[in-house]
Design a protein around this ligand. Structure first.
Ligand SMILES: Nc1ncnc2c1ncn2[C@@H]1O[C@H](COP(=O)(O)OP(=O)(O)OP(=O)(O)O)[C@@H](O)[C@H]1O
Length: 591
């Protein structure tokens, strides 16, 4: 019994701590200059609101006593206080609050997107893009709701409760002031209880939302594949199911908030009724003035407003906290480490060395097993082998998208983990196996490799990549927009954009991962000749299935099950009559 009480108490304490932690975090995103101004104006507004019923009481009492001069003075004061609060401070709060809110939106959006871009590759392989963007969008809105509920709901309510409480204790009989305290305490207890319950309900709704929108975004991204496989109906059914589960959860959540709203309305009305009854009774007995009655009723009515805002805001606050919590979770995921030297020394072609490198993707068997090889500066080395042998994985390790589990990789004799990933990536260019382009112009997609490149340099890269005939044919030339992920270009055209981009970068190490696999033989020959000229003197790693594309390499490494099983130039490997010779015969015999 004691143990279960202790556990319940510590659970509660944990939840309350978590709640305050989130509140503190959300305030952390408020611009420093805006927050004190907003808080100052809210304080002033609360003082005005608390003082107004006092002036009203004075006006009613003096009117009842027919003291014309004093009565008019109180009426004037009442009007001025009302106008100052309703017109002046309220407008100023809106204006200064906008600076705060948009400041938070800016800080959080930019921080969230910088963070997403800095997350390691592995994170993207386990999450859907729609999931990440929904978390950012909802989290941002959540932080704004939390701030709003706090700064425009909770804070004025607390300030007014304190001020009104103080005034009531000084001006009306204690029984009435005690009703007020009972009201605030009941209110507080229900508020806290409901907030925790509603947060739990919201959490379920939000995760259903994120799941549904991740599924829908994934479907939209893959719309072409869905059409090609006639899977539209199946996907629509799954999207329907996901959204209907989210709808059902939101409906039951709305029931929960309505119940909480009902409870608080009951407490408010009961306390209001009892307080007015007691005040009326005291007034009839002559213990209070009519002005005092009007004042008490004005205080309760005035308190109902911020309190209603607060209650109406419980759902928003709870929802905001849950969404914001999800975003904070994402923001706390570790980013790629940027420790190490930010620049690679020298500027010539790099030497590259793999020394007994072993690597496995998380939860998978070893892909690379004790791989060792060396590429001297300015030489071209080809990696060949069966599909899934681990060739692209070697490229990913060079780019530091992953780190070896054992062994080490060196550039110019220095271990690559001595440099930041950005430093390594700045020195290398890749033509990847699958080219994905930005929804932008061809020029922008090529220039992306080197934003300071001149138009003449982009034109040169376009020619070397064999893109010139295409550009001439297109009405908008280099300014042609390539569509979502480059969908308006053919596979071979996209690949040539990627080649132009890599050429423009003028790297110290080229990685060509199936760089010409989507091209016809004649175009491949021309581009390979151009590439040979461009990469002459630059260290190059070529990965290819079509052996004709790499036969000129200085050295060819045959990879099998994550190991280098043969090594030599084309002629040497043919003489050796091993796996390479077998692959070569298989390809030439069929052509
Ligand atoms: N992100 C990943 N997570 C888990 N396993 C992966 C991941 N990427 C690749 N693999 C697995 O690692 C192995 C090697 O993949 P890799 O892409 O290096 O092969 P490859 O030799 O380049 O193949 P291909 O010639 O078909 O491109 C494959 O079995 C693949 O399924």
């Amino acid at each position: 019994m004691m143990e279960s009480l202790r556990r319940r108490f510590s659970d509660r304490l944990k939840k309350i701590n978590e709640f305050f932690h989130l509140l503190r975090k959300s305030l952390g995103y408020a611009p420093r200059s805006a927050l004190p101004i907003v808080l100052g104006v809210i304080f002033l507004d609360s003082v005005l609101i608390a003082a107004t019923p006092l002036a009203l009481r004075g006006a009613v009492n003096e009117l009842a006593g027919h003291a014309a001069g004093l009565a008019l003075g109180y009426v004037a004061l009442y009007v001025v206080l009302e106008a100052a609060s309703a017109g002046g401070t309220a407008a100023f709060i809106n204006r200064s609050y906008a600076r705060l809110e948009y400041g938070v939106r800016y800080m959080l959006t930019t921080q969230a997107y910088h963070h997403l871009l800095d997350l390691p590759q592995a994170t993207y392989l386990t999450r859907k893009v729609g999931q990440l963007t929904t978390i950012v969008g909802k989290g941002l809105q959540g932080a704004v709701s939390v701030q709003q509920a706090l700064i425009r709901g909770l804070l004025p309510a607390v300030l007014q409760v304190l001020l009104v409480g103080g005034i009531l204790f000084g001006t009306v009989p204690p029984t009435i002031a005690i009703i007020f305290v009972v009201f605030v305490v009941f209110y507080g207890v229900i508020f806290r209880h409901n907030l925790l319950l509603i947060m739990a309900g919201q959490r379920e709704c939000v995760s259903a939302d994120i799941e549904a929108s991740a599924l829908a975004t994934d479907a939209v991204i893959n719309h072409e594949t869905i059409k090609l496989f006639g899977a539209g109906t199946e996907l629509s059914t799954r999207i329907d199911a996901a959204y209907s589960s989210s709808r059902d959860r939101w409906i039951s959540y709305a029931g929960m908030t309505a119940k909480s709203f009902g409870q608080t309305a009951l407490v408010t009305l009961t306390c209001f009724g009892v307080a007015l009854y007691l005040t009326a009774e005291q007034t009839l007995r002559g213990a209070m003035t009519v002005g005092g009655f009007v004042m008490v009723s004005a205080y309760f009515l005035r308190l109902i407003e911020p309190i209603r805002f607060l209650f109406g805001g419980v759902g928003r606050l709870a929802g905001g906290l849950v969404d914001f919590q999800q975003l904070l979770g994402l923001l706390s995921e570790p980013v790629e480490l940027e420790t190490g030297d930010p620049v690679l020394p020298g500027n010539g072609p790099l030497t590259l060395e793999f020394d007994r490198v072993a690597f496995a993707y998380p939860g998978r068997e070893n892909v690379l097993d004790e791989i060792s090889f060396k590429v001297p500066a300015g030489r071209a080395v080809a990696l060949v082998g069966a599909s899934g042998a681990g060739k692209s994985t070697i490229a990913r390790l060079i780019f530091r998208l992953y780190s070896p589990d054992r062994g080490a990789i060196f550039v110019d004799g220095v271990a690559i983990d001595r440099f930041t990933p950005a430093a390594i990536r700045a020195a290398i260019a890749i033509v990847p196996q699958d080219t994905v382009l930005f929804h932008d112009s061809i020029a922008a997609n090529i220039g992306f490799a080197r934003p300071d490149a001149s138009a003449a340099e982009i034109d040169e890269a376009v020619c070397l990549a064999g893109l010139a005939p295409l550009i001439e044919r297109l009405p908008d030339g280099l300014e042609t927009i390539v569509g979502e992920r480059g969908l308006k270009l053919s596979g071979g055209e996209k690949q040539r954009v990627a080649i132009a981009r890599a050429i423009l970068k003028r790297p110290r190490l080229f990685v060509l991962d199936e760089a010409t696999s989507a091209l016809d033989s004649a175009t491949e020959r021309t581009i390979l000749d151009n590439l040979a000229r461009t990469t002459a003197g630059v260290t190059t790693i070529m990965i290819a299935h079509r052996l004709s594309a790499i036969r000129a390499a200085n050295e060819i490494l045959v990879i099998d099950h994550g190991r280098v099983v043969e090594q030599g130039n084309h002629a040497e490997l043919l003489v050796r009559d091993g796996l390479y010779a077998h692959m070569w015969r298989a390809q030439t015999e069929h052509s």
